[in-house]
Design a protein around this ligand. Structure first.
Ligand code: ZN
Ligand code: ZN
Length: 358
């Protein structure tokens, strides 16, 4: 059975538990997750009874592509897909209430006829929380592309005095393409010197100087899966305060990674890492949550934060990324992408976390 068919079967167990006859999936990422289709317009009506009565819809632009990517489902070529599929539904029809607009809902109501529309938001996202091995392999490749790009950037002297943040961001992104990425998984953060104290700094024409922190937060996209890694380096000899700050964040990050175990509350993971920084008197300078899920989206559930709800399960892919930011001076963030496993977390971003001095 393909991984897509296995995912549809897992979804059917959820539909049966909710007493739904079908789910109309209109979120494109969820359609991709369930069918493998990568085009820009599609929907799928997942019948609770099985694949024989499950229908995929796209438009004429994707006739050839959908035949190749979705060979195992009945295909309808029509538009709009949501109402075309709703017209075929009977009984209790779940719809993705977290993505359907008010206007879209009016259209579905008119098309569904006697089928009863039932709010069913987040059903597929719940499955996407736990990655299967096909997804984890894509994440592994995405993380490897980012690791190799950073090694090549450093190895080719890309981090030298006088370069701008923008130049480094461009080089990093082009090197990820060289190493198998479809593209960057988000706009790269490249921050030199005092700019490294801004958690989500956008690259500017600021130039790199000896003694600067160099904060790089970037990722690669492979098969639709996102990697996410932050490393903070120093150009030239680090000052004592830079070493101290780096060591503190590194200890906090290790505590967060070590807390990644199935059954642990996500807020507890945040606490394990944050506690290290708070005890050092820098609690106020750690301005964000500890991490987030990664997969078909760069930020997805679960949120590893103080307010995050729920517990970890084996197979979740998450980031651990504490940071301490000293306005006007500089900041350090260290971020890995990992998979929660029974035997301990699997690290996907393999670049060293020793302080790299270039
Ligand atoms: Zn990041
Ligand atoms: Zn992140």
């Amino acid at each position: 059975m393909s991984s897509y068919a296995a995912r549809r079967n897992a979804l059917r167990r959820e539909l049966q538990a909710a007493n739904l006859d079908a789910l109309l999936v209109t979120n494109l990422l969820n359609v991709r997750y369930l069918t493998g289709f990568t085009g820009s317009n599609a929907a799928v009506l997942v019948d609770a009874d099985g694949d024989d009565t499950t229908v995929f819809c796209t438009d004429g632009r994707y006739l050839t592509q959908s035949a190749r990517q979705v060979p195992d489902l009945e295909r309808v070529v029509d538009r709009p897909c949501d109402t075309a599929l709703a017209r075929r539904a009977k009984g209790r029809l779940g719809f993705e209430s977290h993505v359907v607009t008010v206007d879209g809902f009016d259209g579905l109501t008119a098309a569904a006829g006697r089928a009863e529309l039932v709010k069913a938001g987040g059903f597929v996202e719940k499955l996407r929380l736990v990655k299967d091995e096909v997804e984890i392999e894509a994440l592994r490749m995405a993380c490897a592309a980012a690791d190799r790009a950073l090694a090549a950037l450093i190895g080719h002297g890309g981090l030298r005095a006088g370069r701008t943040e923008r130049e480094v961001a461009r080089e990093l992104e082009s090197r990820m393409l060289d190493h198998g990425a479809e593209g960057p998984s988000f706009s790269s953060i490249v921050a030199f010197g005092a700019n490294s104290a801004v958690p989500h700094h956008s690259p500017t024409d600021a130039t790199l100087h000896v003694g600067d922190f160099i904060k790089l937060d970037f990722g690669a996209l492979v098969d639709g899966y996102h990697s996410d890694m932050t490393r903070t380096l120093v150009l030239g000899k680090p000052a004592d305060w830079q070493r101290d700050l780096y060591d503190l964040v590194a200890r906090s990050q290790a505590a967060g990674r070590n807390a990644l175990k199935p059954g642990v509350r996500v807020s507890g993971v945040d606490h394990a890492s944050r506690e290290v920084i708070e005890k050092a008197g820098h609690g106020e300078d750690f301005l964000h949550g500890l991490g987030h899920g990664v997969g078909l989206e760069i930020h997805e559930a679960p949120a590893l934060s103080k307010a995050g709800a729920g517990t970890l399960s084996a197979g979740m892919a998450v980031t651990v990324e504490p940071g301490v930011y000293l306005p006007g001076r500089g900041g350090v963030r260290i971020e890995d992408t990992l998979v929660v496993r029974e035997s301990g977390p699997e690290l996907l971003t393999l670049t060293t976390k020793e302080l790299v001095v270039v």
